[in-house]
Design a protein around this ligand. Structure first.
Ligand code: ADP
Length: 451
C-alpha cells in the first residue's frame, strides 16, 4: 500500500478511535445523550492535534536551511508541502540553468582577444575579463566593486569616462607604458557601461613602420630625381660643349641606374612579402648556387678583390633558386662594395651537427661596430649612408637577404668588429636540405682564386 494512503487511513482510524472513546466515556459516566457529544468533541480534538502536528512539521521544514524534501503527509498540509517543494525545485533548476548560461557567456567573453569590463552606474567594476585586467593591471576578483577611476588613473581615461559618450575609441598607453591600448566605452542597461579594450601595440608599430617606409622610399627617389631635374634644366638652358654634355649625361645615367636599382629592390621585397613560402619539393645544388654568386661577385669586382670559395661537401636545398641566389648575391655584392681594393672575399658552405648548413660570406673590409648589428637588416638602415649611395646601394640588400632566408625557415646572422671585416651567415634548416647524391664541387679541394 502507498505510504501516504496508509498514513491517511491511520489518521482516520485515530480520529474514529478518539470519537468512539469519547462516546463510550460519555455513555458510562453520564447520560446516553452526552456520549454522542463527547465522542464528536474528542474525534475533533484528535483531528486538530494531528493537523497541528502536520502544520508544525511543514513549518519546521520551511524554516530549515535544507529545503530538499518536504514532509510527506496526507491531507492539506501534505499537499501544500509537496507544492512548495516542487516550485522550489523548479526555481532551483531555473537558477542553475541561468547560472550555467551566464558562465558560458562569460567564458565566451573570456575567449575574446579583447578585454571587457562591466561598470555599474557609479563606475564600479561589476565584472572584468582577464584580458581587460591584464591590459589595465587589475585583479578581476580583488578589484570587484572598486571604482575604476581609483585603479586606472590615466587622465585621458578619466576624462573619457566623464565625457558624453563618444563613438571614437580612446588610444592610451597601458600602465607599463609599453603597450598601446584602444579603449571604447558603450552605455547599456540603466546607467551601466561597457569598457572594451584592445591591445593595438603591434598595429601601431606596423603603422609606424609603414609610414617610415613610405617616407624613406619618397626620400630615396626624390634625391636622384632632384639631381636629374637640375641636369635637365642646365642642359636646356645652357649651350654646353660636347665633353660637358657627355659628362652630364653620364651623371644622369648614374642617377637613373640608382632609381632603377631601388625600384628593382622594392619590387623584390614586395614580391617576397606577397608570395607563399617557397616550395619544398624543388631541389637546387648548393655548391652550384655559391659558384654562381661568386662568379657574379667577381664580375662586379672587376679584379679588385681576391675571391675564395670553400665547399668541401655539397648538398641540395629545397626552395626558390632565384630567391636564394639573390640573398647570397646581395651579401657578395655588399662585400665587394664595402671592401677596399685588394681585400679578400670568402664564400663558404659548412654543415652543422643537426643537418643544417651555414653559408658564410666573409670579407676583410672595414667591419661594422657592434651597436649597428641588430638594426643592419632593417630597411634603409645604413651605417655609412654616403658610402652606400656612392657604391650604388639601395639600403635594402640585407632586408631582402633576411626575408629570403626566413622564408626558407632559416636566419641571417651577422658578426663583425670594426677593422676586422664582416661575416654574414645564412643559416638554413635541415628540413630543407639533403646531401648531394652525385659528387659536385665536393670532391674538389677548396678553391682559392684571385680575381
Ligand atoms: P646598402 O645598399 O646600403 O648596402 P644593405 O641593406 O645591403 O644596404 O646594407 C645595410 C648597411 O650595412 C650598409 O649601408 C652598410 O653600412 C652595412 N654593410 C653591409 N654589408 C657590409 C659589409 N660587407 N661591410 C661593411 N658594411 C656593410
Amino acid at each position: 500500500m502507498h505510504p501516504l494512503l496508509a498514513r491517511g487511513l491511520l489518521a482516520l482510524g485515530l480520529v474514529l478511535l478518539g470519537g468512539l472513546l469519547g462516546w463510550w466515556l460519555g455513555l458510562v459516566a453520564w447520560r446516553p445523550g452526552a456520549g454522542a457529544l463527547l465522542g464528536a468533541v474528542s474525534g475533533l480534538l484528535v483531528f486538530g492535534i494531528q493537523d497541528g502536528l502536520r502544520a508544525g512539521r511543514l513549518l519546521r521544514w520551511l524554516r530549515s536551511a535544507q529545503l530538499d524534501m518536504a514532509p510527506r503527509d496526507a491531507g492539506l498540509w501534505g499537499e501544500l508541502g509537496y507544492r512548495i517543494e516542487r516550485s522550489l525545485r523548479e526555481r532551483e533548476q531555473a537558477a542553475l540553468r541561468e547560472g550555467r548560461r551566464l558562465a558560458q557567456f562569460l567564458s565566451a567573453i573570456e575567449a575574446s582577444p579583447n578585454g571587457v569590463i562591466l561598470l555599474d552606474r557609479h563606475d564600479q567594476i561589476e565584472w572584468c575579463s582577464r584580458v581587460a585586467a591584464d591590459h589595465f593591471g587589475l585583479d578581476p576578483e580583488r578589484d570587484r566593486l572598486q571604482r575604476i577611476t581609483n585603479l586606472v588613473r590615466a587622465p585621458a581615461f578619466v576624462a573619457c569616462l566623464q565625457a558624453p559618450a563618444s563613438a571614437e575609441p580612446l588610444v592610451m598607453l597601458g600602465p607599463d607604458g609599453q603597450r598601446s591600448l584602444s579603449v571604447l566605452l558603450r552605455a547599456y542597461g540603466e546607467g551601466q557601461r561597457l569598457v572594451l579594450t584592445q591591445d593595438i601595440t603591434e598595429r601601431e608599430r606596423a603603422e609606424a613602420m609603414r609610414r617610415d617606409f613610405v617616407a624613406n622610399v619618397s626620400h630615396e627617389i626624390r634625391t636622384p630625381l632632384t639631381v636629374l631635374a637640375g641636369f635637365v634644366e642646365t642642359m636646356a638652358s645652357l649651350p654646353l660643349g660636347h665633353a660637358e654634355r657627355q659628362r652630364m649625361l653620364g651623371l644622369m645615367a648614374q642617377q637613373t641606374n640608382r632609381m632603377q636599382a631601388l625600384v628593382a629592390d622594392l619590387l623584390t621585397l614586395a614580391q617576397l612579402e606577397g608570395s607563399p613560402r617557397p616550395v619544398t619539393d624543388r631541389w637546387h645544388g648548393l655548391a652550384e648556387l655559391l659558384t654562381q654568386a661568386e662568379a657574379d661577385g667577381r664580375a662586379l669586382s672587376g679584379g679588385r678583390h681576391h675571391f675564395e670559395l670553400q665547399c668541401p661537401r655539397d648538398g641540395e636545398i629545397a626552395g626558390d633558386r632565384m630567391e636564394l641566389l639573390s640573398a647570397v648575391g646581395n651579401l657578395v655584392n655588399n662585400a665587394v662594395r664595402y671592401t677596399p681594393d685588394g681585400g679578400r672575399i670568402t664564400l663558404s658552405l659548412g654543415w652543422r651537427d643537426g643537418g643544417g648548413v651555414e653559408i658564410d660570406v666573409k670579407d676583410t673590409g672595414p667591419g661594422i661596430a657592434r651597436e649597428h648589428l641588430s638594426r643592419l637588416a632593417e630597411r634603409f638602415y645604413r651605417v655609412d649612408g654616403s658610402r652606400s649611395r656612392e657604391t650604388g646601394g639601395t639600403g635594402l640588400g640585407l632586408a631582402i637577404a633576411k626575408h629570403v632566408v626566413q622564408r626558407h625557415g632559416g636566419e641571417l646572422v651577422i658578426d663583425s668588429e670594426p677593422g676586422k671585416g664582416c661575416c654574414f651567415r645564412l643559416v638554413l634548416p635541415a628540413a630543407r636540405l639533403k646531401p648531394r647524391a652525385a659528387p659536385g664541387i665536393a670532391a674538389a679541394p677548396p678553391i682559392g682564386a684571385t680575381g
